[in-house]
Design a protein around this ligand. Sequence first.
Ligand code: 57M
Length: 357
Amino acid sequence: MLHYFLYPLAKHHTIFNVFQYITFRTIYAVVTALLLSFIAGPYLINKLKSLNVGEVVRTDGPQSHLSKQGTPTMGGAIILLVVIVSVLVWGNITNSYLWILVFVTLGMGAIGFADDYSKVVRKKKGGMRPAVKFGCQVAVALVAALLLYYSGFNTVVTIPFFKEVQMDMRWLYVPFTVFVIVGTSNAVNLTDGLDGLAIGPMTIAAATYMLLAYLAGNVKIASYLHIMYVPRAGELAVFAGAMVGASLGFLWFNTYPAQVFMGDVGSLSLGGALGSLAVITKNEVLLLVIGGIFVVEALSVIFQVGSYKLTGKRVFAMAPIHHHYEIKGWPEPKIIVRFWIIAIILALVAISTLKIR
Ligand code: 57M
């Protein structure tokens, strides 16, 4: 909004020129989101407590989790609010990609909110019916995919490390986009099972996409690095920046021992936003590396369920994989911080693909 209202004043005073720069607006999107989280966080936590919006912890998981019973949940609502406010303040509101990101984030957030509400407030065991929840996620992602496709979005997919390997997916890019967005949304949801376990790697992944969006949207840098140039995608650095600030701000309260959980309202929306960032910056396949922690968590569930159905044996003591380490006796903070370290290494590997091609 500031870009829309203040940049035109540059013809009167050069100071207003700063509002045209994506770098400047991205930095302040991070700072704004971080400060807003610090201000609104304690208020929201108290509000959730007074409304009795407390987590119902399952009793069949690791026993250490029983002490978390009643921790305020649905804190992801604050992440959503903070991201959207920061993006509206610092983003170029005439950029259509920004609005697609806002749509997916709010759409997935609404689904997560409905699920949390039925679990926590209406005390419905298991929450929303899985098929309904999945159907709604597909619907949100499909709208985004169709908007991109019919606006002439580039349907070519590149493979990291191999710049010559390219594939034009044509209309198949629509289901592919849906798969990336819904898959990431659910993978982040599965990861969100220990204090700070999802939001740490989310901060790192969003920071990586902040950089990639800037590079992909800059014609000179994109041609120098031989990466796909995506006109107007640079603006998504502002969105990713708001995600970085809001995630770090949430981590402040969600770090072990957590004062608040994000709930599905947080995990589904952040996951959906991350998947959309991967698609619009044309780094869809690289998401497997950048979001490697989320991928491994999801794969652990697929292998566990698959193996149990086929052979009657489990691969892990319990899936998703973070539960496996808990049952092996690793203290919770050790698992969390080690997963963060791996997420940082994966982000660096992903960034290195810009040069190793
Ligand atoms: C959500 N939710 C957490 C919190 C958070 C198919 C199967 C693998 C599904 C999976 C599942 O239900 N996953 C989705 C996981 C829950 O956290 C809430 O949910 C929100 C995210 N959606 O924000 O509101 C619990 O996680 C803990 N937590 C923290 N700190 C945080 O910051 O400690 C969360 C956030 C919270 C709290 O204890 O209550 C969850 O784990 O339920 N199912 C499972 O994960 C279950 N796995 C399982 O059944 N494995 C089987 C098969 C099906 C693969 C197996 O291995 O044989 C486990 N989860 C639990 N108990 N809690 C096992 C049993």
